[in-house]
Each structure stands twice: as C-alpha cells, then as structure tokens.
Design a protein around this ligand. Structure first.
Ligand code: PLP
Length: 385
C-alpha cells in the first residue's frame, strides 16, 4: 500500500544526521579544497555548499521534502511566493513571448503580469478558468511560453480543472497550488509542468517565514535555477527551517482548519446578513464536484459576501474578537481581510468587478481556534451589524 502524503510530510526532507529537527546552516559561503573544486561548484548545477545564492543545505532539505510530496524530480525555493512567480516568468519568457493566465489570480501575480511583463514586451491573454477549454484556446503555437493557473484561486476560491491544464502541450504549464498546499492536491499528477507554492502560508503555517517553492522535472527546474542565481530571489535558510518544521504538522493543522472552515461556511450560508459563501467543499459551490475530484480537502479559506459595502464590512470586522484583520493565511490565528482594499487593491474597479471581488466581500483564513468559539464570535459580530 503506498504511503499517505500525511506520513510523507513527516518522513521527507531529512539529511543523514541523527538530528530529528531540521539542521540550520546559516552560512552564506563555504571553503573549497582548491581551485579545481571551486570551478566545479561555480560552473555545475546547484552546488549547496559554495555560495548561498547557488544553494544552502537547509534549503535543500526543504526542497527535497516538497519534491517528494509533489511527486517531482526536483524542487527549488525562493525568497517569497512572488520571488518564485517572477523568477519562473522571467526565466522562461523573453520580449515578444506570450502568456495565457487565468483572470482571477492573486492580486500581486496579476499586477506582475499587467505591469512588469507588459513593460518587458511580454503579452498576456487573460481567460476565464471556469470556461472549459479557455486556456488551450488562447494558446498561440510558437509564441505562448507559459500557461499560468491558480487553484483554488485567491480570494474567491474558484477551481481550475487540473486535467485541462495538464493536457496543454507546447507552452510550460504552471499551477499556483498555495491554497491547497502539497497535502491538498498534486497538479504534476495531471501532467502540469510546474507546481508553485507561497510556502509563507499553510506550509510554514506560523506566520514566521517568507518563502516560495516550485517543483517539477529536474531539467526544467535546473534551467530555472540557472536564471534564479542571477535573479537573486534566494530563500533565507532560517525561513527554510521554519517551512520544513511547519510541514511536519501541516496534516494535523489542516484537519482542524478544514473541518472548521466547512462548518463555518455551512453555518454562514443561511445567515440573513450574508449574501453568499464560497468554499470548495460546500455543496453549493459551482465547481463542487471538480473540487471533490481533484482535492483531498477544501482548504482553510472561506470567502463571505455580506449584504452591504465597505462600511458594513468594516463594522463587522471591528466587532470580531477572535479573528484578526490581516491579509495572510494558513497560520494558527483566524484572519479576515477585505480583498478589494487589501490583497487585490490597486487592480481597478473594472478588473475587480470582472473577478467578482465586491466591496461586500471578506476572506477568512480559518485558524486553529476551536470551531465553536469561532462560530460564536462570527455570529455575534454578524448580528451586531
Ligand atoms: C495564491 C498566492 N500565490 C502567491 C502569493 C505570494 O506569496 P508571497 O507573499 O510569499 O510572496 C500569495 C500571497 O498571498 C498567494 O495568495
């Protein structure tokens, strides 16, 4: 019987020392035995005991754990999720390249595609991921270098069909799987080329590391590494240590968070102050069956639209006592944010409207508090508005 990913999260990414917790190598530089050895490390691939921008043993431990969990030959970590996204794009695209991307990506990813990419002469076509065949139809043979998807999407928790992305041949396909975590889905199993995570979120899980990671076939990851050494969005070994430590408890954290998220989503659905609730494992989610098919859990985020506007959201959020107003997710504390003025701020009203991000929308990251306490707090604050 194959080992479950929950167990792999405990067994993967160990070095050959007897230490049970990850070993921290804070070094930026290593001595070499002579010039021949120095040349070998400087000109070869991914030396992790040479200079920290090339690699670091603590980071390597984290990367090998992610590779094993994602069923990949190789993984590469970065200084943040955005470091991963920008490096992947700039390593694989040049002036005149074309990208197909879904239209409801995380705000900073969208901003990167609309701003710097445009400035560098990289064209982007945005597609509706819920329309079957939309990605493949937008691919321009010989010109499209990348197809970028994010599932579940941030903040509205839309689901993109992984099999559809994996079936696209020609351009490299990338799936941002941050909201699912490596224990929630495995895009590479569907033929996707690169899976990407902001490990800042659920993987690390304690709001104390900023780190991103990608995984895929060795040759592809090596070629992205060759560019990443010049780009320089290198991860801190301290953050890699925290991310690997976080990975060890991800399964039990997700069990609590996803059970609470589903119960809270179910409960809020029938509240008179709530216009709509989006949660992938909620039967009312428009892509519920696809979510059930490709995900092991529904995630720890719940999108809730209130009847009202920014001020309604502001007074609701102000009267919550357990949930903190903050924009990240995946940590122990329940967080709530107003996407239109935080994660998606600056995208403009037209784009926000096309994404379905209204002024009444709030995004909850469900933490590790007891479900009944969270429900009591949320219902009390809702009744007060
Ligand atoms: C889906 C998704 N991808 C990427 C990122 C960027 O990650 P980071 O903040 O680690 O750069 C985020 C951040 O919230 C995100 O939600």
């Amino acid at each position: 019987m194959p080992q479950t990913p929950d167990t792999t999260a405990i067994t993967a990414g160990r070095d050959d020392s007897a230490a049970l917790s990850p070993t921290l190598w804070p070094n930026t530089v290593w001595e070499t035995s002579g010039l021949h050895e120095a040349r070998k490390r400087a000109t070869g691939f991914r030396a992790d005991s040479f200079y920290a921008r090339f690699g670091n043993p603590t980071v390597t431990q984290f990367e090998s754990a992610i590779a094993e969990l994602e069923g990949a030959e190789s993984a590469l970590a970065f200084g943040s999720g955005m470091g991963a996204i920008s490096t992947v794009i700039l390593s694989l695209c040049s002036q005149g390249s074309h990208i197909v991307a879904q239209n409801n990506l995380y705000g900073a990813t969208l901003s990167f595609l609309q701003g710097p990419c445009k400035r560098f002469g990289i064209d982007v076509t945005f597609v509706d991921p819920a329309t079957p065949g939309s990605f493949a139809a937008a691919v321009i043979p010989g010109k499209t270098m990348l197809v970028i998807a994010e599932t579940p999407s941030n903040p509205l928790l839309g689901i993109t069909n992984l099999a559809e992305i994996g079936a696209i041949k020609g351009p490299f396909t990338v799936v941002d799987s941050t909201l699912a975590t490596p224990l929630g889905q495995r895009p590479l199993d569907y033929g996707v080329d690169i899976v990407l995570h902001s490990a800042t979120k659920g993987i690390c899980g304690h709001n104390d590391a900023l780190i991103g990671v990608i995984a895929g076939e060795k040759d592809l990851i090596d070629s992205i590494w060759s560019y990443s050494v010049l780009h320089g969005a290198s991860p801190s070994p301290h953050d890699a240590l925290n991310a690997l430590r976080g990975l060890r408890t991800l399964s039990v954290r997700l069990e609590r968070q996803t059970n609470s998220a589903l119960e809270i989503a179910r409960n809020l659905q029938s509240h008179p102050k709530v216009a709509s609730v989006s949660y992938p494992f909620l039967e009312s989610h428009s892509q519920h069956s696809l979510a059930k098919e490709q995900m092991r859990h529904g995630g720890s985020m719940v999108a809730v639209e209130l009847h009202g506007d920014f001020n309604t959201c502001d007074s609701f959020v102000s009267s919550l006592t357990l949930a903190h107003t903050a924009t990240s997710f995946g940590g122990p504390e329940t967080l709530v944010c107003h996407p239109a003025t935080s994660t998606q701020a600056g995208l403009g009203d037209e784009i926000l409207a096309s994404m379905g991000v209204t002024q009444g929308l709030l995004r909850f990251s469900i933490g590790l508090e007891a479900t009944e306490d969270l429900l009591a707090d949320i219902n009390r604050a809702l009744n007060a508005i």
